[in-house]
Design a protein. Structure first.
Length: 172
């Protein structure tokens, strides 16, 4: 499928793209996806969270929505509590994609740039074929919390449960 069509579908669906291994990739043109879908509230309507809802839940769990939070003994910064190693990993991916820009440690204080970095990391996961949105969101969240194999660590389950609870509450 054409890359432009895939990116377009990702934007319409409100999710990031998941690449197959060894496939050259570039970050989404606009990694901040806005929710353009309105849901009529009816007796049998089940609301599904969007990517924005998920990112906002992670932000709430990480920093209670505050952009200037510093945690983990000064190593984690911003609304998504990004460590320096994560900035280096994002920049490594951008270099691989021949992107004309990189991120700095100061960019962690910017909500928009923090979300862009989160999306860049999230779209590289080779896990999404056949997964529901919530299954994919759980993997992303648990890896955000516990590293590259975070979804396999029982220590990341309470983190996912907090995000899931926040998503449930925001859908009511």
């Amino acid at each position: 499928m054409n890359r432009k069509i895939i990116v377009g579908l990702a934007v319409v669906l409100g999710v990031t793209q998941c690449h197959k291994k060894d496939t050259p990739s570039t970050p989404l043109v606009s990694p901040i996806v806005s929710d353009t879908t309105s849901y009529p509230i009816g007796y049998d309507t089940v609301l599904t969270p969007t990517w924005d809802d998920f990112v906002n839940a992670v932000i709430f769990v990480e920093s209670s929505g505050r952009d200037s939070v510093v945690g983990d003994n000064g190593r984690a910064v911003g609304c998504l509590q990004i460590h320096p190693i994560m900035v280096r990993e994002v920049n490594r991916k951008l270099k691989k994609w021949n992107a004309p820009y990189t991120y700095t440690l100061e960019d962690r204080y910017s909500r928009a740039k923090s979300i862009e970095m989160f999306n860049i990391i999230s779209e590289e996961y080779h896990c999404c074929e056949g997964y529901t949105f919530m299954e994919y969101a759980e993997i992303v969240a648990r890896r955000w919390n516990g590293g590259g194999r975070g979804e396999r660590k029982s220590a990341t389950l309470p983190y996912w449960e907090k995000i899931h609870a926040h998503l449930d509450a925001s859908m009511k």
